[in-house]
Design a protein around this ligand. Structure first.
Ligand code: GCV
Length: 702
């Protein structure tokens, strides 16, 4: 029997961990106030402790009234955080509660929402549930002094999506190829090291605190590629998971677990994992009961089935609905969910076979089963039909399954977007996806993920955090983690405004001057960094062109003849994948109108996706008037130049930031400059040689 308490694992060496978006100075405004907290429970205790810590530093006071009745220190206050049930409510809070009820009705704040108001000289945060109070506190922290200025509200704040989850692709054992964290670019795992728990609950707690402060409420603690040791987290190593859940619970974060579909065989010793087999069903039911005995607020399972070598229901001739519903049935009595991933495709393709198209696969496998998934199945769909490229269309699966709870999966870890060696602020990309309107009307991808009353599958991100002292390898990649949580909470937020919040919290104005320069420079460097990355990598939506295996740096033909199905089909005459109904794989037909016709049409297809949908000659003229080949040259020269400019801008901040952070970013920028030039030269040389068309501006192509 493995138990975290009995087997703590190797202790992590203490390191100076960067506070990310919660440095002490971010709490200056709340910490210098007289605060009152009304209510009881673990999360209310967290609110009180956060305030107490801030007040100890900045001279404020905090009083706590856990139950009915007055308590010393409730007289003059500047900030009240109260649960509606904590009656009698202090006068300003009662007034806010009454106004909320009048405008929105009882229960309008929900499980995690809060109301914020400034009445007279008091700032009020009111919540129906403790999690709402915690989110309200962090909102006040974000607002800083402005939370204590002019009258406001009551404003109602509720998350658009109920499920806002980060998936860790962390291995318990070090995997011989993928290491401790698959596609991890931030050191080791926060949770695991060399087969054991990492032994640093304080780090896990700090992580939970950061996540709560940006709105995340769930974490899955192990890789979706479930290897032998990770599989056992479900049974004899459940104690290791319970220990993580205990640490994250005070921050309102539930723990989920990736499980292997083969668990009844590999863990239970059964001869089959057939989802319709009575013995298999009984095994899952008993196992799930034990999980909830140990972790009563366990979130549920995450499953990658029949994908890239993971086992699944296809082995038994069953459908993915059969497989997902089996697990959903066992979780339902405990209100758990199964996140069932739609990332199912044939990774044994032959490039000569032009009828098999990886982009089609998720739709072909899942759309026919719409309506067959249990209500507590969340079908987790990668935002694009391929695999987290810097540009893809939105996955057509998202518009094809109105009777299924859908989650949109994005990749915070930068596997294909510079691996946290390159600055690439991804919120503008995610925002474009979330705002996409599959039917060309008011219904957006964000609305699909949110579902009615927030009961959809929500937003899932693959975490980019690790045990690196800066959390994310590249310190500026912290902004992606922050933005993920904020967009999951409110997908309508402007990515530049989210970045501005992150800058304000992470680099709070100090006694030294120069804060405006920091803010301006970071915006200049980061706002457009995703488009810069797109410019110097694979052109016009065709994707990949990365080095096989680790996926870093350019290799135009790296995947071109492999079984993975990620082709660009460049030859001497043209480039791109014909996915039209007229002459190609028919993928455009998976979209509803207007997109099925927009993407089908060579004239109407947006330039940035042209090569995803069409195979065109190099002389094809884009909407901006340039030919495809000239566009390739222009964007690759421009992209590399933009990176050189980023590098120069960073020098301006020397002396204004923590020297360790400044140096780390500078080193990464040097690498980004090198790598962008390599991309520029490889891509330009490849297409010059294929096409024989010189650059119209006569620039040097090696
Ligand atoms: C966890 C891509 C990555 C894999 C990852 C997979 C997935 O293929 O390269 O490392 O596996 O996506 O999303 O399951």
């Amino acid at each position: 029997m493995s138990d975290a308490a009995a087997r703590p694992g190797p202790a992590a060496e203490p390191v100076d961990v960067h506070p990310a978006w919660l440095p002490p100075a971010a709490f200056r405004a709340v910490g210098s106030r007289r605060a009152l907290v009304c209510g009881a429970g673990t999360l209310v205790g967290t609110v009180r402790d956060e305030l107490a810590q801030a007040c100890a530093r900045y001279g404020g006071t905090v009083a706590w009234r856990p139950g009915p009745g007055p308590v010393d220190g409730t007289g003059d206050v500047d900030l009240v955080l109260a649960l509606t049930a904590a009656t009698p409510l202090p006068a300003p809070v009662a007034e806010v509660a009454a106004q909320c009820r009048r405008h929105h009705g009882a229960g309008a704040l929900g499980a995690e929402g809060f109301a914020l108001a400034r009445t007279g000289d008091v700032t009020v945060v009111l919540a129906e549930e403790p999690a709402g109070l915690l989110h309200g506190l962090f909102h006040v922290v974000r607002l800083g002094e402005s939370a204590f200025g002019a009258a406001r509200g009551p404003e109602r704040h509720r998350p658009a999506m109920r499920l806002r989850m980060l998936d860790h692709w962390d291995n318990v054992d070090v995997h011989p190829v993928m290491g401790q964290v698959e596609r991890g670019y931030a050191g080791g795992s926060i949770f695991w090291r060399d087969g054991s728990p990492r032994g640093d609950p304080a780090r896990v707690r700090d992580y939970g605190r950061l996540l709560a402060a940006c709105g995340v409420n769930a974490v899955s603690a192990n890789n979706v590629n479930v290897h032998a040791t990770e599989a056992r987290l479900l049974t004899d190593r459940l104690g290791d998971v319970a220990a993580i859940a205990d640490v994250l619970r005070p921050y309102g974060i539930r723990v989920h677990l990736s499980v292997t579909f083969a668990a009844p065989v590999v863990l239970g010793g059964l001869p089959t994992a057939d989802p319709l087999d009575a013995g298999v069903r009984a095994w899952w039911a008993a196992t799930t009961r034990q999980v909830y005995d140990r972790i009563p607020d366990f979130g549920g399972y995450v499953v990658k089935a029949d994908s890239e070598g993971q086992s699944g229901p296809f082995t038994y001739g069953r459908s993915h609905a059969d497989g997902a519903n089996l697990l959903a049935d066992t979780l339902a009595p405990f209100r758990g969910v199964v996140h069932w991933r739609a990332f199912v495709y044939d990774h044994r393709q032959d490039w000569r076979d032009r009828s098999t198209d990886r982009a089609r696969a998720a739709f072909d496998h899942f759309a026919p089963h719409d309506g067959r998934f249990a209500p507590n199945v969340v079908l987790q769909v990668k935002h694009g039909p391929m695999d987290f490229q810097a540009r893809e269309p939105v996955s057509p699966v998202l518009a094809a399954m109105p009777a299924t709870r859908l989650a949109v999966e994005v990749q915070v870890t930068q596997e294909y977007t510079g691996q946290q060696r390159h600055v690439c602020y991804l919120a503008p990309w995610w925002s474009e996806v979330l705002r996409f309107a599959p039917w060309g009307d008011h219904r957006t991808v964000a609305a699909l993920a949110a579902g009615d009353a927030g009961e959809g599958g929500g937003l899932v991100g693959v975490s980019n955090a690790g045990d690196d002292p800066f959390w994310t390898g590249h310190p500026l990649a912290q902004a992606n983690l922050y933005a993920f949580g904020r967009l999951a909470w409110d997908p309508r937020l402007d990515p530049a405004a989210v970045l501005d919040e992150w800058i304000g919290l992470t680099f709070p104005p100090g006694p030294a001057s120069g804060h405006d320069l920091v803010r301006r420079t970071l915006h200049e460097m980061m706002d457009g960094s995703w488009r810069t990355y797109e410019r110097y990598t694979a052109p016009l939506g065709v994707g990949f062109m990365v080095r096989p295996g680790h996926h870093y740096g350019p290799d135009v033909d790296g995947y071109e003849y492999t079984p993975w199905g990620t082709y660009h089909f460049a030859d001497r005459d043209g480039v791109g994948v014909d996915r039209t109904r007229a002459s190609g794989t028919g993928f455009t037909g998976q979209y509803p109108q207007p997109w099925r016709d927009v993407y089908e049409s060579l004239d109407r297809c947006p330039d940035e996706l042209l090569l995803f949908f069409h195979h065109v000659p190099y002389g094809h003229v884009l909407h901006d008037g340039s030919t495809v080949i000239q566009h390739i040259y222009n964007t690759h020269f421009a992209g590399a130049e933009e990176v050189a400019a980023l590098r120069r801008r960073w020098d301006r901040l020397d002396g204004l930031l923590d020297p360790g952070l400044h140096t780390r970013v500078r080193e990464r920028l040097d690498e980004q400059v090198r790598c962008a030039e390599e991309w520029r030269d490889q891509v330009n040389a490849y297409f010059f040689r294929k096409s024989g068309v010189p650059d119209a501006r006569g620039r040097r192509i090696p």
